[in-house]
Design a binder for this molecule. Structure first.
Ligand code: KIV
Length: 286
């Protein structure tokens, strides 16, 4: 049990107003969530990146609402006090306002989330308004939006030209006007992120978009060497849990194969008289 206070929206805005950087991380399961809780992270995103990091898909597109709810509920059990965001998976909100509200509501009712995140700018403002009208806080997501990776031409920096950057600035303004509680900027140039942050009255969070945002986000598996396929340049490795676990597994194989494991202190016996009785009972049955 931690003695942390539950993070609330006013607390996030208060930190922003005081210039205290917000901390945000992705998380997908109960044991990691307990560590996130102990570290005192402000905002936890159960991202649809779990399709790649936890389920081994090549993209986030196959992830379903059922996947998201299962993981979000587990994370909530591990971190009762972080501000928990459920990430709306592909096609859970794009088709209609009604579907968007129903699925956003599932994150709140079934996983005890504090809000949801969805990808897109001006074209998604109707959805954002509809979800907010249902009493659910919404974080926007601009720049590299992985659900549109095909139209964006790959996992690459967004907003490199003035025209593209202007579109991202306009999208951020539109999301704020639609009532978004915060905006995540993924992989946009530092100066574009700074311009958006200076104009915004809601928290702007950077993922690979430089130091000028109100807060920073990293993907858990990138931070700890747990995603075997690649580590993006924007990710900083804070430890190599992948190596620790890999080395441990090799040692386990070696110890079982050579008979070192299990050692006598790791298993149990029964009393000699019970063992004799057991043998007698078995003998009788012959
Ligand atoms: O799914 C996710 O983890 C995300 C981040 C890449 C921002 O949306």
């Amino acid at each position: 049990m931690s003695d942390r206070k539950k993070v609330t929206l006013p607390m996030l805005f208060d930190k922003m107003a005081k210039g205290i950087p917000l901390t945000m991380i992705t998380c997908y399961d109960y044991p990691m969530a307990t560590l996130v809780e102990q570290a005192g992270i402000d905002i936890v995103l159960v991202g649809d990146s779990l399709g790649m990091t936890m389920l081994g898909y090549d993209s986030t597109l196959p992830v379903t609402m059922a996947d998201m709810i299962r993981h979000a509920a587990a994370v909530r059990r591990g971190t009762p006090n972080s501000w928990l965001i459920g990430d709306m998976p592909y096609m859970s909100y794009q088709p209609s306002d009604e579907l968007a509200v129903l699925n956003a509501g599932r994150f709140m009712a079934e996983a005890a989330c504090d809000g949801i995140k969805l990808e897109g700018g001006q074209e998604m403002c109707g959805r954002v308004r509809a979800i907010i009208a249902a009493g659910i806080p919404v974080m926007g997501h601009l720049g590299l939006t992985p659900q549109s990776v095909s139209s964006l031409g790959g996992f690459r920096l967004q907003g490199k030209s003035a025209r593209q950057a202007k579109k991202i600035v306009d999208d951020a303004q539109a999301l704020e006007e639609a009532g978004a509680m915060a905006i995540l900027l993924e992989l946009v140039p530092d100066q574009v992120c700074q311009i958006i942050t200076e104009r915004a009255k809601i928290p702007i969070i950077s993922l690979g978009s430089g130091p000028h945002a109100h807060g920073q986000l990293l993907i858990f598996h990138d931070m700890f060497g747990l995603y075997p396929r690649f580590t993006p340049k924007m990710a900083k490795k804070y430890g190599d849990a992948g190596k620790v676990i890999g080395d441990g597994l090799k040692k386990y194989v070696e110890e079982v194969t050579t008979g070192i494991f299990p050692e006598p202190e790791r298993y149990f016996g029964i009393k000699e008289e019970e063992l004799s009785e057991l043998r007698r009972l078995l003998e009788q049955e012959r």
